[in-house]
Design a protein around this ligand. Structure first.
Ligand code: BG6
Length: 472
């Protein structure tokens, strides 16, 4: 096979502020929804932060980022994806003036990246709505959030316009339908929300996202601004035409969000869906115009695929990232029950590219696994994570296939390039990194960093622009 990653391909890794920074109240930061989700997205919200919330300390990236970026540079990263914690800049979300200390932190962080020639790729909102916006307005259910988001976005674009070229608006924007509190800062319990409520919140986020694209293009003509989609790849469980149609419909849960971002308007198929489910969305006259501000590229996360069927007796349900389907009998799963399907990544890349004809960016992909820290025989410690190398290699080989297929791909940032606290379950034992962080779920550990075997492996992949994938 041919390996032809384009010249200038943006190799790197990804994290999110709330999963790595810690320092949850330092330098004027306010609380975000993550600070009251001790057991992760799938857990229950608390009234106040509790000590068992692993994200409050994270991996202490806030204080150790220099050491970490140096390690990323050693691997040869060209790009580093992280998010700005909105509540560091606007502690309650709705102030008029930003918090200078929060702004300064990201100035220093981006400068540190540039010191090594690493481009920051910044997610504006990664499951980090300020908690006060959740309490006062029920988060993105309220149209007011668009205005507060606009203030935030103007401040960070003005401040970082010479430091950040690549931006993503909302992390996995389609997840607001599945995880309304974590993704949309919506305090009302999910079981009390109607589909109208959820799609209204999604509409507000879509308008806010398009507004960010508009403002970004005005303030930073050279910047590239993308959307970020939770890439849920669904196959029909059988060739039964009913399964095929059911899959087409399920797929639209995801595609709807990419369609609006790429085409600048609501797709016609949603009319039928809204009618069938009695969904009514309040739109302001200006929304149609704002939505016309389309993205420069489509980014997405990809971990696994699943199946859809009209006959639930045929298969068990799968585990997986936020949205789930039925088990594919041809596919094995990770320790956390997430199906592992490298070819699904090639399929997804082709599907997005065929549909939008826009550059793509894989901004999350990786294997969450339990790692064992062992003596490396040289006086230090290491993790022999061949299973992670297998996962990443098999996926990257399919990425190479997609590039051969003609897909235009800007880059690849594997998820959790350094171990971070997991989003869904708030564990640290679910590790994704090339770098091991000595911190355990009971809070113990030195927070020291150790290179895993995958560290050198990825370094070689980057150094050879993917060609070493053929050897290892
Ligand atoms: C994505 C999120 O859904 O999946 C990340 O954008 C998250 O924040 C990643 O960490 C992996 O999920 P988890 O639950 O294993 O951390």
């Amino acid at each position: 096979m041919n390996i032809n990653f384009p010249e200038g391909f943006l190799w790197g890794g990804a994290v999110a502020a709330n999963q790595c920074e810690g320092a949850y109240l330092e330098d004027g930061k306010g609380l975000s929804v993550q600070d009251v989700l001790p057991k992760g997205i799938h857990g229950v919200r608390t009234e106040e932060p509790t000590e068992d919330n692993m994200k409050l300390v994270g991996i202490d990236f806030y204080h150790r980022y220099k050491e970490d970026i140096k390690l990323f540079a050693e691997m040869g990263f060209k790009v580093f994806r992280t998010s700005i914690a909105w509540s560091r800049i606007f502690p309650n979300g709705d102030e008029n003036e930003p918090n200078e200390k929060g702004l300064k932190f990201y100035d220093d962080l981006f400068d540190e990246c540039h010191k090594y020639g690493i481009e920051p790729l910044v997610t504006i909102s990664h499951y980090e709505t300020p908690l006060e916006l959740a309490k006062r307005y029920d988060g993105w259910r309220s149209r007011k959030l668009i205005g507060y988001f606009e203030n935030y976005v103007r401040v960070i674009f003005e401040r970082y316009k010479d430091k950040v070229k690549y931006w993503l608006t909302f992390n996995e924007i389609n997840s607001v339908i599945h995880a309304p509190f974590a993704s949309g800062g919506i305090l009302t319990p999910k079981e009390k929300l109607t589909l109208s409520d959820l799609y209204q919140a999604a509409h507000h986020e879509l308008v806010a996202s398009a507004l960010a694209v508009k403002i970004g293009h005005e303030l930073m003509p050279k910047a590239k601004i993308g959307c970020m989609i939770l890439g849920i790849t669904t196959y029909p469980l059988t060739p039964n035409p009913d399964d095929v149609i059911a899959t087409m419909i399920k797929d639209r849960d995801t595609l709807f969000f990419a369609d609006v971002h790429a085409r600048g308007k609501y797709p016609r198929y949603m009319n039928r869906y809204f009618k069938q489910h009695d969904i009514h969305i309040n739109m302001e006259p200006e929304d149609e115009e704002i939505l016309k501000n389309t993205v420069d590229f489509i980014s997405f996360s990809y971990y696994s695929s699943n199946c859809e069927t009209v006959n639930p007796d045929l298969a068990e349900k799968t585990g997986g990232n936020l949205s789930r389907g039925y088990k594919n009998p041809y596919i094995k799963a990770s320790e956390w029950g997430w199906p592992i399907d490298p070819k699904g990544l090639r399929f997804t890349l082709n599907k997005f590219y065929d549909r939008y004809d826009l550059p793509l960016f894989i901004v999350e992909n990786g294997l969450g696994a339990v790692d064992e820290l062992v003596d490396d025989g040289k006086g230090s410690k290491a993790v022999i994570d061949d299973y992670r190398i297998d996962y990443l290699r098999s996926h990257l080989l399919e990425v190479a296939e997609a590039i051969e297929d003609g897909v235009e791909l800007m880059g690849y940032t594997s998820w959790g390039c350094i171990d971070v606290v997991s989003a869904s379950t708030s564990e640290l034992k679910k590790r994704y990194g090339y770098i091991y962080v000595d911190r355990n779920d009971d809070g113990s550990g030195t927070l020291n960093r150790y290179k895993k075997k995958s560290f050198d492996w990825y370094k070689e992949v980057i150094a050879t622009n993917g060609n070493s994938l053929l050897n290892s």
